[in-house]
Design a protein around this ligand. Sequence first.
Ligand code: 3H9
Length: 692
Amino acid sequence: MTAEYKVNGAVAVITLNNPPVNGLGHATRSAIVEGMKKALGDSAVRAVVITGAGKAFSGGADIKEFNTPKAMQEPTLHTVINVVENSDKPVIAAIHSVCMGGGLELALGCNYRVAQKGAQIALPEVKLGILPGAGGTQRLPRVVGLEFGLNMIVSGTPVPAEKLAKTALFNEVVEGDVLEAALALAAKVADVRPLPRVRDIKIDYPNYEAFLQFSRNTVKAMAGPFPAPLKCVDAVGAAVTMKFDDGIKYERELFVELVQTTESKALRHAFFGERAASKVPDVPEDTPLRAIKSAAVIGAGTMGGGIAMNFANAGIPVKILEMKQEALDKGLATIRKNYENTLKKGKLTQEKFDQRVGLITGTLSYEDIGQADIVVEAVFEDMGVKEQVFKKLDEVMKQGAILASNTSTLDVNKIASFTKRPQDVIGLHFFSPANVMKLLEIVRGEKTGKDVLATSLALAKKIKKTGVVSGVCDGFIGNRMIEQYSRQAGFLLEEGALPEQVDKAIEKFGFAMGPFRMGDLAGNDIGWYIRKRRYVEKPEVTYSKTADLLCEMGRFGQKTSAGWYDYKPGDRKPYPSQVVNDMIIKHSADLGIERRKISDEEIVQRLVFALVNEGAYILEEGIAQRASDIDMVYLTGYGFPLFRGGPMFYADTVGLQNVVMTMEKFARGRHGEAWKPAPLLARLAAEGKSFN
Ligand code: 3H9
């Protein structure tokens, strides 16, 4: 039963029991209405308490039901709340832990609310691209005020119950057992009439028009491509400008409109994608974890320093190993400076600053790191260097320590073979800047132990990263796909586009940064170095030599104040470069290519569908476990626009048949061989199916 009914003296207690978070799916909604009917029909019952079992009062509507017939099936959440609000016996919500979305809307339909201190209260719908659709926009401002209510609804940020203790949202906020407190209140109010209802409260805000206009302007500037935040303002506005029932109707219309938008579907896809990524079918959830109480990082460069900061931020002491004192001092000084900047911006307290800086120490000796529970190697990307490091780690590290490599492309199985304990070896691929970027690619070697994988996934959570598991292949999920994207970017230059056009087109699509601006930021010499190795190994793969020519000109990017673009000293703004554009045009002529005008649409399709096709190979080969894992890699590590849900989700929204048709068109052009659809993509398209 998804909600239990019990009578406790003269009080009926309805306990939501739909783990994990008492989502208000159809079965739970029906059970609440059943419970209410029983309570109203029982003359011995004088009041009703609604509470939640387990770790939540309620996390809200069941998001999985959205866009399915069940979402609309009676009793809808509106009906449930109407039954509660129209009850002629007082209904009291007893709230603990989590009270969000539809859960809070249900509580707002009750006559009284008692909360436990620490309970997280929120209307987080906006984060899913929708708005509270069961009265939240109309009722919350009536109890916490127009401004505070609007802020909660537009931001979706949880507020601890005690911060709302003085508002009309809660009759009581208690330290102890909330059910007991609710039962005591029920006894007190059982005969009080008329029953207080939130809908009857009038919002008193004389200057509401100016406030709403100000809110619209502010929210518009912050909402980006998402329609929901502005609609939240409109709906909250209705709480002051319309009669209650009209406001509810208006809110409903906006909700129905938003729930169908691609932006909302993309956000919900990312919500579930993030949670799915932490699950590995053959690694049970109860796999015993290894304790990670201390860490070591090899290499005090930008990457090593960033990785070390992650551990320190999570309260884990970390030792950084370097070969030379000078490099170590430089690395430690950079870390300190990073923290100082955060301190200066007021984003870190002095106490936290001291604590974090204090957790990071340096050493020049391998012997000093031997007792660490995990070591992450972040040395030069070369198999010979990795071999030396892992052989040494095998000698010095205690038994049971996790030996991780931050390699971005190299074979983790081979790295593991340098040790006598391949079960302890795993890839932990951080993205630069490692203390900021959310993505952590967790590369599972053939022999990686299940406990090592489970511990790495748990560690990702602890250091606030999105951990995504990848199998071993050249470049893993992210870089293997980006190679195809970069190849297309190069071909576009040869065929007629210039860097600025390519960057602008893909940035307009929503990418944080186009491929050429990104190259200039990361350093074009890094790709040059990788290409030299990669294309010697795979001579059959064609690629544009434009990027090599650029590097031969010494234009490595921002660090040399010259890359695809020109840069002025102390200024990161890219200026189109005449010499580079001349070089590109000359290169086309040398190849005998007649340059043509390329549309922005073609640019976007070639870059994004190149990702999609490689993603389909990766999925079919089992390198990624599921399409949403690939999307999470791109959303959290490569600046793919969130409102488009990731490359695989985006392809689904375009329609895989359309994707394949467009690829067939490209296959007839230059380097058409790159456009052979991956078998999985071809099959799904032919069957009218999608990746997700
Ligand atoms: C809404 O209410 C609309 C109404 O206004 C109008 C309707 C008409 N539905 O995050 P966790 C699952 S919209 C379905 O790891 P935590 C989640 O997928 C809703 N499933 O735990 C995961 O499943 P699995 C507004 C849900 O303790 C498991 O629960 N509400 C829902 O770190 C554990 O999740 C929200 O937006 C749901 N609503 O955090 C709240 N919520 O085990 C969204 C969770 O299979 N939820 N699941 O991977 C959250 O923010 C967090 O999950 C919460 C718990 C804070 C509740």
